[in-house]
Design a protein around this ligand. Sequence first.
Ligand code: GLN
Length: 483
Amino acid sequence: MHNKSLKELSHGLKNRDFSSVELTQEFLKRIKQHQDLNAYITVTEDLALQDALAADIRITNNQANPLTGIPVAQKDIFCTLNIKTSCGSKMLDNFKAPYNATVIEKFNLTGAVMLGKLNMDEFAMGSSNETSFYGAVKNPWNPNKVPGGSSGGSGAAVAARLAAYATGTDTGGSIRQPAALCGITGLKPTYGRVSRYGMIAYASSLDQGGPMTHSAEDAAIVLQTMAGFDPKDSTSVDISVPDYSATLNKPLTGLKIGLPKEFFSDELNADMAKKLTEAIDEYQKLGAEIKDISMPNLKLAIPAYYVIAPAECSANLSRFDGVRFGHRCANPVDLTDLYTRSRGEGFGKEVKRRILMGTYALSTGYYDAYYVKAQKIRRLISDDFKNALAEVDVIMGPVTPTPAFGIGEKMSDPVEMYLSDIYTIAINLAGLPAISIPAGFINDLPIGLQIIGNYFTEAQILNIAHQYQLITDWHKQTPKGFA
Ligand code: GLN
């Protein structure tokens, strides 16, 4: 059962080939068997079985939606009512959210069964899922390798079939990068497409939740539930949600694909370049036209992001002060002691580094030199995309510079770690949607192809991804030991 697509699962449930309780039990069993991956922070077994029972009744009463009764796992960044919501941090190790994120509400309403909460980099800061208070997540393709971050628990859980699908969030690549390194499909929607209400904020102008699934077809179904206007999120955009599954089979004849020369420079790993070229050849066979383009400001994305994201994080994380919720130090002598020790003990090293960088960039005297400058660069990068997307329908490129690297390999060198975001970050700065789909293997490790589209063209991106998945089977490969 655990290898079935969402469509097949929904069909099997409606047909009574298996019940939601049986399906849920199977995933719960697999989660126990593969605990060593460290993909989950919390498994909500009792609740999952209750939800499954309710889903079975709903299915019997013919009130099922496409996701009713199908087990999902949620990134532990989404607030879940009365359930631990840690965001991968010691700071929130004791935190049970008093409300549900809108995304969680939407899954509940549709009758999805939540298996638990997934491991992640602390406060979503990281590219390898090694900064979690709960320890590193292992890549199911090779347990000595990272799964990518920050949604590494989501990438590993879906690849290892420990959930039928998962959610992730992407501030600078955290859906696409683990999707690429774990060999699954991950879609970062347009900024404003999916509600951020109840999604613990890292960098509010960049954060966006999205689906992590086995295929584009599955992602279309999951996005259908996640997307939509939310009056509780002031940056949510009030435009209608199309039927994402309806256009998956549109032919790609005449599609214009842009390949930025900055993405395919000599710096790109030769094996990676070869695999991506093969994938792009498939698109030509499907009738697409390839155009070389240039986006001169892409190279500025990392420096601009690593000013803007820490600046926003330093403001967002100021709420964790030991007073209202989260970790509080023992026996504070006064208020300053309470703040400093609670924060000092609650936050990990990378989070502290980001808070320091952000506070510095926003301080009087440096604000114009760093923060304002970075915002100007952000505009230039957005304009590059605007110009490119006036010429072509979509842009393709790598997701990561290399396949998964070794656990521990980059932890002592933050700059080296930040450089692994080189192909994903610009998209967040521009607020555009992009998907990572499996596009082959290098040394038995999966790699991703990135497809970037214009604002709110998720349906088109999913269509383009799906057409490739109809003629390839990279997305159907299962890591050894997880079949
Ligand atoms: N790796 C990037 C960072 O550490 C992006 C993380 C994310 O998308 N949440 O900030």
